[in-house]
Design a protein around this ligand. Structure first.
Ligand code: HBI
Ligand code: FE
Length: 295
């Protein structure tokens, strides 16, 4: 599941025995070792998204981005990001080699540490990669962590994740994270906007999620989302829309146990399903995924 190439190149392979390993799979970012080509990949991605996001990403994302020490031409230094973030919401960014085991991930979040991939994608992977890299993690997630509601919500997810693991219902909670933190949309007074990190860090999904006729856009419903499978290797077939980011405040305090029990009695839903009981904003044509399924 984890790719060590980038970190190995930086002489930081976690678990290799000769790297200075801190707990929780944390490694040194080794900022000075990024090559000019790696900074250039960042610059390409950063410039593309900066052009695309005004009018598509929510105000909170754009404000968070503007308040952080991002530069178009270089990969951010995690410590510099953390200095601003700590003052705002008490979060910090730590470097990890890539995907880390669930319990390690939750433990970091529960302590307001965001584990960010240290490596950056290769020039031929600009639009899709399997593991979260520095662009997805820092560009995609950190601006929202500047927002106090999201800051508390993601910490609560870390704590809830540890509980859900013990209860054997992690798949249900992971769907909530997926359809909010990663692929969430929010209704803003001037239109539908993105707050999910998986979308704002993707050039193609940024437009697909808010403009394409293909996907469903459904009002967010916690119990419903828990039952809904998701796609990890392509655009989502359905996006769930919050009326306001403050909705997540309630979720941070809710007792999920009764919801897990209820979800266990109900059938799982496929990513593209639309139910009679769904509150539908836009019913998708399904065209994009149908075309892919056709022989
Ligand atoms: N590790 N670095 C990293 N980033 C993630 O987003 C991540 C992870 N490990 C597990 C995980 N996500 C998810 O599968 C959990 O949210 C369930
Ligand atoms: Fe992510």
């Amino acid at each position: 599941m984890q790719t060590m190439t980038a970190s190995a190149k930086h002489g930081l392979a976690a678990g290799s025995g000769h790297a200075p390993q801190r707990p929780g799979w944390v490694i040194d970012q080794g900022w000075q070792h990024y090559t000019a080509q790696e900074h250039a990949v960042w610059a390409t991605l950063f410039e593309r998204q900066s052009r695309l996001l005004p009018g598509r990403a929510c105000d909170e994302f754009l404000r968070g981005m503007g308040d952080l020490p991002f530069r178009a031409d270089r990969i951010p230094d995690f410590e510099q990001m953390s200095q601003v973030l700590r003052r705002r919401t008490g979060w910090e960014v730590v470097a990890v080699p890539g995907l880390v085991p669930d319990e390690v991930f939750f433990e970091h979040l529960a302590h307001r540490r965001f584990p960010a991939g240290q490596f950056i994608r290769k020039p031929h992977e600009l639009d899709y990669l399997e593991e979260p890299d520095v662009f997805h993690d820092v560009f995609g997630h950190v601006p929202m962590l500047m927002n106090p509601v999201i800051a508390d919500y993601i910490q609560a997810y870390g704590e809830g994740g540890l509980r859900a693991q013990r209860l054997g219902v992690l798949d249900k909670l992971a769907r909530v994270y997926w359809y909010t933190v990663e692929f969430g949309l929010v209704q803003q007074s001037d239109g539908l906007r993105i707050y999910g990190a998986g979308i704002v860090s993707s050039y193609t999904e940024t437009c697909f999620s808010v403009e394409d006729a293909s996907p469903n856009r459904l009002w967010f419903d916690l119990a419903r989302v828990m039952r809904t499978r998701y796609r990890i290797d392509d655009f989502q077939e359905s996006y769930f829309v919050l009326p306001h980011l403050n909705e997540l405040l309630g979720l941070a305090n809710i007792d999920f146990a009764p919801l897990y029990a209820r979800a266990a009695t109900e059938a799982e839903l496929q990513p593209g399903d639309v139910l009679e009981t769904d509150r539908v904003l836009t019913r998708g044509t399904g065209r994009y995924h149908a075309a892919k399924r056709a022989p």
